[in-house]
Design a protein around this ligand. Structure first.
Ligand code: NDP
Ligand code: MG
Length: 389
């Protein structure tokens, strides 16, 4: 299958790890893709350089104090410059956009993703937090608008690829693989004193700071379990996690006859990014190929949910339902930011998340406004706990 015409892509978070890799894919395929919207939170220098190279129709610099700098640097170009928190949700509705790649980090992805779905844009979803927080509302809205949500997260892209040509109702269970992160095999005593510098050293993937800490604490896998539930419409007990330190098998679908399909390859996010942009076509590229002899052993072990409690909390949130995953997400965003500032220790992140789960108001059937309120309340409570720890 070939891609018949140029696809216009809006990249939310173009200055991040996923965003810059998406631009590498676009740079290598200028006849197929055009970046029409690029956005950053505050990295004005990189956003300007990207705008000068890709000539998008619009760029957004969310941080208003950087607006003047970006505006001045692009004054001689035809690129329009916008600023402010609401600008992301505004620009995703531009009529020429075909695909919105959501590569911002955290809860801030929710509003623009909803806005893009309402404008009937295909979503290439890297921002897993959107589905963690409000998966019920976002997937229902996508269905109502006939919009596809194509996963970029490598595990979910793997499952998505395994399901091509299959009947989703015949899936018995899925196994999400986890590298185990930099602290795989370590015990509580070790984790008590680990620093954010140690936590930022991921063995297999180079990613943004927040997801790297999430990978070290296994919260990333927890968020991915919740993301998988919504993307593939699964029950909690159909989702399992298996630690696979080499990160070659990206995930596995098991069908009702016991047959299993796995998707594998070298760990490189450009592949799932490219697949989400070209789906259902596949595109020739020069990415490094896997060599079996470099990996004589692919190994597997259980996830240690007693030491890495965050993964257990994510399963608990799915069992509980309601706004519990939103509570976990907000608490996690706060504690990761505080851990990166060296204000709390590694294990205190899980302590605070647990306290938020116990004490923030539970809402059994939330509407969208409830999720925004829960996010706000949980952040305030988590910050209070940080201050008094
Ligand atoms: P990065 O931190 O590298 O990049 C985040 C991007 O979002 C940057 O462009 C940043 O701008 C922008 N941004 C940050 N905060 C805000 C905000 N409040 N409002 C608007 N824009 C903001 O993150 P990653 O690329 O690593 O991750 C992005 C998403 O993709 C996350 O949800 C992550 O879980 C998911 N993901 C990432 C993978 C990876 O390999 N990196 C793998 C699978 C999923 P600025 O540069 O100006 O700060
Ligand atoms: Mg992943």
């Amino acid at each position: 299958m070939e891609i018949s015409k140029v696809k216009n892509i809006a990249i939310l978070g173009s200055t991040g790890s996923i965003g810059t890799q998406a631009l590498e894919v676009i740079r290598a395929n200028k006849d197929l893709f055009k970046a029409v919207v690029l956005t950053a939170q505050s990295n004005a220098d990189l956003l300007i350089a990207q705008a000068l190279e890709f000539s998008p129709k619009v760029v957004v610099i969310v941080d208003e104090s950087k607006y003047g700098q970006v505006k001045e640097a692009l004054a001689h170009t035809s690129t329009e410059v916008k600023s402010g928190e609401d600008a992301l949700a505004e620009v995703v509705v531009l009529p020429e956009i075909n695909v919105v790649l959501t590569a911002v980090v955290g809860f801030c992805g929710l509003k623009p993703t909803i806005s893009a779905i309402q404008a009937k844009k295909t979503i290439a979803l890297a921002n897993k937090e959107t589905l963690v927080v409000a998966g019920d509302i976002v997937t229902a809205l996508a269905k109502e608008n006939g919009v596809s949500i194509l996963p970029v997260d490598s595990e979910h892209s793997a499952i998505f690829q395994c399901l091509v040509g299959e009947n989703v109702a015949e899936v018995e269970k899925i196994y999400l693989t986890a590298s185990g992160g930099p602290f795989r095999g370590k015990n509580i005593d070790f984790l008590k004193t680990v620093t954010c510098h140690q936590a930022l050293k991921h063995p297999n993937w180079s990613m943004g700071a927040k997801i790297t800490i999430d990978s070290a604490s296994l919260m990333n896998k927890g968020l991915e379990v919740i993301e998988a539930k919504w993307l593939f419409n699964l029950e909690v007990d159909q989702i399992d996690v298996i630690v696979h330190p080499q990160s070659i098998i990206h995930s596995i679908a098991q069908f009702k006859d016991g047959s299993m399909k796995a998707q594998m390859g070298l760990p490189d996010m450009k592949l799932p990014i490219q697949y989400a942009l070209t789906y259902p076509a596949r595109l020739q590229n020069d990415f490094k190929r896997f060599n079996f002899l470099d990996y004589p052993a692919l190994t597997f072990e259980p996830a240690d949910m007693q030491t890495f409690r965050n993964l257990a909390y994510a399963f608990e949130a799915l069992h509980k339902g309601g706004n519990m995953a939103c509570i976990i997400n907000a608490a996690n965003e706060v504690v990761v930011a505080e851990f990166l500032k060296e204000r709390i220790g590694f294990l205190q992140m899980s302590d605070i998340i647990e306290r938020c789960m116990l004490n923030v108001d539970f809402v059994e059937k939330p509407i969208l406004e409830d999720y925004f309120q829960t996010d706000k309340d949980t952040r305030a409570y988590a910050l209070d706990l940080v201050t008094n720890i």
